[in-house]
Design a protein. Structure first.
Length: 442
């Protein structure tokens, strides 16, 4: 018999990096372990194949006289690189003080495993749950959930539910119950600028050919004005302004700008003029370059004109922006910037819709009650800047809202080296699961 913490450590040891094809077997092994675990605790569990990483589904007996709750999580993680910056091994969970250090500890294994262990405990103590429960734990969230919406469409009956609950977001601070009622959406694009057929000696040819690195730099510089506003035509057309009640609720949280500066380590915050730090991150769209490359990257200098350069973009979107509409606008913007002597290739990537719900809906209220019972005090009501691409699809396909009850701390370092998650949050998550299922059953 293993303890909840031992189970979490076991899950954390699988390097289930969904984007890395060399980790495919490890990712599948993680899914297989979950199937076994969920079966052992008494749920009917199956591994469902997709064109990518498999989906784990586990259910108790569904009876017509009670509510049905679907709890979503993702067992895939982001790459651990740069490995040299980890203070402990990236895939060996290590306790440092009260924090579990490991890739995936906060995002998302430590959070969804709290629900698994909460259900295990409730089944052990009471032999039953207050609701019909479905666990859906996928392996492709960190690459945009490309196969999950088709899976929902193909399995509507199996996944039928009254509401979805997810712990894959943050808390505003230690011990502060937090209900997230909005997420930003996302749209990704990769741009390649191609010049000469081969890398050229910059002395022999420099001055007579356009340098793809420079052409790319010019292109990138057309995406924002100096005040940080995105300059793609029509980019803000569909942006829904902040509601008055939100402005009031957020004002009560205090201005996190100083804390944001501390967490990020930047010399000064920078963003769209006219908006606060909170508004910029939770309610305004962005254009970011996540990766950029071209030419010589090694030690010393190398006098070369590279044959190509690339940039990987992602756009964070807010209600009511549509990712496909934004991609079309971005493509039109790129096509307008004709640079002489190079060709621009555009590859449209994955997308996810933004999400917004009424936190005072009956289920929203139930979630808030569960947070209050777990953490004490009224929960903070926030939106988040991150994305969980499938959330709006739950509404579109299954017709239900998603309750986001985050358990990660602001300094959890998700996606970065030294990702961490407090043991206390794992334990609180186990209690939260039990309060939540009871509240949702009412
Ligand atoms: N758990 C995060 C999303 C998140 C984190 C939401 C914190 C709110 C607060 C999730 O695993 C994630 O990282 N999603 C990706 C999705 C993308 C790759 C399509 C993201 O937001 O970058
Ligand atoms: Zn993530």
């Amino acid at each position: 018999m293993s303890t909840p913490l031992e189970d979490l450590f076991t899950v954390l040891r699988f390097p289930s990096v969904s984007t890395d094809s060399s980790r495919r077997d490890d990712t599948r092994a993680c899914a297989n372990w979950l199937v076994e675990k969920l079966r052992r605790i008494g749920l009917t569990t199956n591994l469902h194949e997709t064109p990518g990483h498999p989906v784990v589904i586990a259910q108790n007996e569904h009876r017509p006289d009670r509510r049905t709750v679907l709890i979503y999580g993702h067992y895939d993680v982001q790459p651990a690189e740069p490995l040299a910056e980890w203070l402990t091994p990236a895939f060996e969970p290590t306790l440092v003080g009260d924090r579990i250090m490991c890739r995936g500890s906060a995002d998302n294994k430590g959070q969804f495993m709290a629900h698994v262990c909460g259900v295990e405990q409730a089944l052990k103590e009471h032999g039953d749950l207050p609701v019909n429960l479905t666990f859906l734990i996928e392996g492709e969230e960190e690459i945009g959930s490309p196969n999950l919406k088709p899976f929902l469409l193909a399995n509507k009956e199996l996944l039928k539910c009254d509401v979805v609950a997810i712990s894959d977001t943050g808390m505003v601070g230690e011990g502060k119950g937090t209900f997230t009622y909005g997420l930003r959406g996302i749209a990704c694009v990769e741009v390649t600028v191609r010049g000469p057929g081969i890398d050229l000696h910059s002395g022999l040819f420099g001055g007579s050919v356009n340098n793809p690195n420079m052409a790319l730099a010019r292109l990138l510089s057309t995406f924002h004005d100096p005040e940080g506003k995105v300059t793609v035509d029509g980019f803000y057309d569909a942006v829904r302004p902040l509601a008055d009640w939100e402005r009031d609720a957020w004002a009560k949280l205090g201005d996190p700008a100083a804390e944001t500066q501390r967490l990020t380590g930047v010399p000064q915050l920078f963003g769209e003029a006219g908006y606060t730090d909170m508004e910029r991150r939770w309610a305004r769209p962005t254009a970011e370059v996540n990766g950029i490359g071209g030419g010589y990257q090694g030690e010393g200098s190398k006098t070369v004109i590279p044959r190509s350069a690339f940039a990987k973009f992602s756009f964070r979107l807010v209600p009511d922006q549509d990712p496909d509409d934004i991609l079309a606008k971005v493509e039109a913007h790129l096509r307008k910037q004709v640079a002489p002597g190079v060709k621009v290739e555009i590859e449209l990537g994955h997308t996810g819709q933004p999400y917004l719900m009424d936190p005072y809906s009956p289920f929203g209220q139930a979630a808030q009650n569960a947070l209050e019972a777990t953490f004490g005090g009224k929960p903070a009501l926030i939106r988040e800047g991150g994305s969980i691409p499938i959330v709006q699809a739950f509404r579109d396909v299954l017709g239900v809202d998603t309750l986001l009850l985050g358990l990660a701390l602001p300094d959890c370092q998700a996606h970065a080296p030294n990702e961490n998650y407090p043991v206390a949050n794992f334990e609180a998550g186990i209690r939260l699961n039990q309060h939540l299922l009871r509240e949702l059953a009412k």
